[in-house]
Design a binder for this molecule. Sequence first.
Ligand SMILES: Cc1cc2nc3c(=O)[nH]c(=O)nc-3n(C[C@H](O)[C@H](O)[C@H](O)COP(=O)(O)OP(=O)(O)OC[C@H]3O[C@@H](n4cnc5c(N)ncnc54)[C@H](O)[C@@H]3O)c2cc1C
Length: 464
Amino acid sequence: MDAFHQNDPAGPGFWLSRAPDSLEPALRGDRRTDVAIVGGGFTGLWTAIQLLDADPELRVTILEMERVGFGASGRNGGFCDASLTHGLANGIAHFPSEIRELEAEGRRNLAELVAFVAAEGIACDLEQTGSMSVADQPHQVEELRASAALAQEYGVSTTFLDRAAVWEELHSPVFEAGLLAGPDQTVMLDPARLARGLKQAALRRGATIHERTRVTGLERRAGSVHILTDAGARLVAQHVVVATSAYSGWLGRLQRLFVPVYDYVLVSDPMTTEQLDSIGWRRRMGVSDSGNQFHYFRLTADNRILWGGYDAIYHSGNRVSPALDERPTTFERLEQHFVRAFPQLADLRFPWRWGGAIDTTSRFMVTIGQSMAGRLTYALGYTGLGVGAARWAGGVVRDMILDPTADRLQLEIVRSGPFPFPPEPARWLAVEAVRRELARADANEGRRGLLLRTLDAIGIGFDS
Ligand SMILES: Cc1cc2nc3c(=O)[nH]c(=O)nc-3n(C[C@H](O)[C@H](O)[C@H](O)COP(=O)(O)OP(=O)(O)OC[C@H]3O[C@@H](n4cnc5c(N)ncnc54)[C@H](O)[C@@H]3O)c2cc1C
């Protein structure tokens, strides 16, 4: 059997292995900047770009511990969604009075992202395909119908597909219904190439980027923040932006906001024309199924299948480490589930397999805040839907630093934060209890037990 393509020092996975890049030098000695950004993922990169578009004279410096795109941004599914709230239903549950505005903001953000990629010539295989949710259990058919009705009520256009219509889109014996959303809701892209393209766009605007530069601590000094690195270098900044996502355990004040939850992905060999014909998929849209434990899947530009999701693994103490990027039991489970969905492709091999940590919050969407008397701004917590939303969050961070009277800073989503997670060991016990209950609900026709209903009632309901 051929060797699997696994963890490369540049970052694991199919996408990062084929995203062209050259390394920017690590930070050495003592330097000064106006805004320091810790973390070179989508949040950090979009923040840098939007700061420099607003004020080209600003000195903006990104510090990245590995390479740009090393984190979730370079290893995700590449579903770039308009939603800022992890879906319409979650947005309605948290912000009933501003959800229409948030939906419009999200659609505008996605359209601007697509236009930016075209204007900057970023070759990230962006395909305006839309997406499809599928039901593979009878009770999910009614859930999809209800989602279609809710979408219509809020002016979001979707199309419900019955069994025959979903088969026309994608040939699987287990799909009983589908719900299509258009390209104003979702586009598909190569996330590592987008990250590396944004890196070049930030450099062209005058940003300084230091890779292989791990930040170990921050010190508040009169009128500035001192940012300390593992190599003993120091950057003195007027403002610091923390954009370190699921890795944010290094900053004690963010610990209670999130849990890093590992999600895993497989990518197949390229399919032959016959293999692709056997499943249809002419419109090439991104697809996800509808359980609490769900799979997401898509085609790459060269017609491989990316198949990910289902298991969501938390390691106590908010642990993140390259050693956790591999999980053979999950990889095997994902392969078995794939064959159940597409038995006609039982021979398709999945040589690429990796994992990554998702910055999960109790409200399932980004949280943006400040501390150190306004000198520190953070944005994290997209809970697995940050490819599009990170651009929006970067704009909010820019406003907090350059335009504190901007209207959108008054939005409830910006002013409020998530219900905090308890410290260990209660944290691990709580996450495990919720995970067990979600699996039980999936096995029980979607019926939620007392724990989940109680969490729903107090506004920290986990639905996927
Ligand atoms: C397997 C997987 C699949 C996903 N699929 C999707 C999807 O299909 N669609 C979607 O919308 N979202 C998806 N997501 C989520 C999405 O990838 C994230 O929400 C988004 O990339 C977050 O970007 P970020 O910049 O905030 O974080 P990251 O990309 O994680 O960036 C944080 C960066 O900070 C750096 N860093 C951390 N600590 C330090 C430090 N101390 N000093 C310096 N640098 C540091 C890291 O190396 C990293 O590069 C997925 C995530 C995973 C893991």
